[in-house]
Design a protein. Structure first.
Length: 299
């Protein structure tokens, strides 16, 4: 199968692409730079924010996996927030337009989103049918998903994956967390009572491969592990996994706001999101609990 990946040079993209190749798929990355790609991967130079010839190339693929978007993990200001928003919504609109340039029948769009869609909900158990939140991240995710779902009116199968924190060894937040905990600089964020949805990168790959092959999959999925924990529980488990004590009892919210601005406050909030649809559709998690995931990642 011919698969196009946008945002394929990021942490998640690089991991899933290697498994696509192992599964015999042909992969093309669409990005503004060519970086660290093996010869088996095709590359198309593309500014996804601007319509262009790249859209014709994208339309040649059976599946488009869209991970494009400016990194959330930085200090927010109004300029950064606009960049975060536009990089997702405009890019996705251009991708939807690309499908119209080729044969549409049988095409699939797998689009990223996040559990930030739900906003901060305390101890409420969050499934895919839960309502949207009212903060900035919820606004981004809601607008992003609406843009992707426009593909359904063109008979495109759309699968939206609302991610929790994705854990892997060669990039993303986990690499930084592991280093900090080994240096005994890790600690809970705020009260530590907020829920902390997470997923192992191998399960991300497994879910996407299932979404490619199983044409019954469509709509929104919480892409999180069933073994959800609070931030405080994660702190204890992470310290035990790297065999280091926790010397920093907690990081106050005001400190996070000083460092990361508005984004810092989001780190002290969470969602008790569960993968209801994935479990109903018989996806078997490779790492369903935090201990097995951490044991794998720090060994």
């Amino acid at each position: 199968m011919k698969i196009a990946v946008t945002g394929g040079l990021g942490f998640i993209g690089k991991n899933i692409i290697s498994d696509f190749l192992k599964s015999g798929h042909k992969v093309t990355v669409f990005a503004r730079r060519e970086e660290g790609l093996v010869p088996e991967i095709s590359f198309v130079l593309a500014d996804l924010m601007i319509p262009g010839e790249w859209q014709n190339r994208l339309a040649e693929n059976d599946v488009v996996i869209n991970f494009a978007g400016v990194n959330l993990f930085q200090r927010w200001n109004e300029r950064i927030k606009k960049s975060i928003f536009d990089s997702r919504i405009i890019t996705t609109a251009n991708i939807i337009s690309s499908f119209k340039r080729g044969k549409i029948k049988g095409k699939t769009l797998i689009n990223a989103s996040a559990v930030g869609f739900y906003g901060s909900r305390g101890d409420e158990v969050i499934t895919e049918s839960s309502s949207v939140g009212s903060d900035f991240l919820a606004e981004i995710c809601s607008s992003w998903e609406k843009e992707a779902l426009k593909g359904e009116s063109n008979n495109i199968r759309v699968v939206i994956l609302r991610f929790g924190s994705v854990f892997g060894n060669n990039g993303g937040a986990f690499t930084l967390l592991r280093r900090n905990y080994r240096l005994m600089l890790g600690g809970r964020l705020g009260s530590g009572k907020q829920w902390f949805p997470w997923i192992h990168i191998d399960d991300v790959t497994g879910i996407i491969l299932k979404a490619i092959s199983d044409r019954k999959m469509s709509g929104v999925y919480n892409c999180v592990s069933p073994g959800i924990v609070t931030n405080g529980e994660f702190t204890k488990s992470m310290a035990a996994a790297v065999r280091r004590p926790v010397l920093v009892p907690f990081v106050p919210e005001f400190v996070l706001r000083i460092i990361l601005g508005e984004f810092g406050s989001f780190l002290t909030k969470g969602q008790r999101a569960v993968p209801e649809k994935l479990l109903k559709e018989k996806y078997k998690f490779r790492f369903p609990d935090l201990k097995s995931a951490l044991d794998d990642l720090v060994k």
